[in-house]
Design a protein around this ligand. Structure first.
Ligand code: HEC
Length: 125
């Protein structure tokens, strides 16, 4: 056997690279916030009055987060943000704590479903 095995280094490289690419996003060990653009603004402004867990365990659309911020501003003494800072916060929250995958609509009730085309006509009804 004089031929080298050219696929070997490639396979090795793939094996080394894959776990990095597949790993979850880095989170801040202190707060658990996903470390992506804007996270430091969120950490600085959203962990003052309560734990960051309140933030990380919540999820929803940009509207949901905006509603929460307005609610805290009106009733809980949360300060006003400069528009561009608020946009950074909302972008971050909507992107990384957006609507949950599992939050699908519930199944349709039976009476809203189409008739079963395979029904035999036998039995009740
Ligand atoms: C000035 C104080 C203050 C700051 C700053 C603050 N919050 Fe709050 N937040 C509160 C209070 C008070 C509550 C109610 C806590 C409770 O119910 O125990 C709350 C509740 C929440 C909740 C839970 C809402 C729910 O439905 O139960 C979330 C999510 C939240 N805040 C997110 C944020 C985010 C995001 C920021 C940064 C933009 C932030 N908070 C900054 C005071 C604050």
């Amino acid at each position: 056997m004089t031929h080298a095995l050219p696929w070997r280094p490639l396979a090795l490289a793939a094996a080394l690279l894959l776990p990095v690419g597949a790993s979850a996003q880095e989170t801040d060990p202190e707060t658990g916030l996903i470390q992506a653009e804007g996270w430091e603004v969120v950490k600085a402004n959203c962990t003052v009055c309560h734990s960051a867990r309140l933030v990380t365990q919540n999820s929803g659309s940009r509207n949901h987060w905006e509603y929460l911020i307005r609610w805290m501003q009106e009733t809980q003494g949360l300060w006003q943000f400069r528009p561009e800072m608020e946009a950074t916060i909302l972008d971050y929250l909507a992107e990384h704590y957006g609507p949950k995958e599992g939050a699908r609509r519930p199944p349709l009730p039976r009476h809203l479903m189409p008739d079963n085309p395979y029904a035999t006509g036998e039995g009740p009804g």
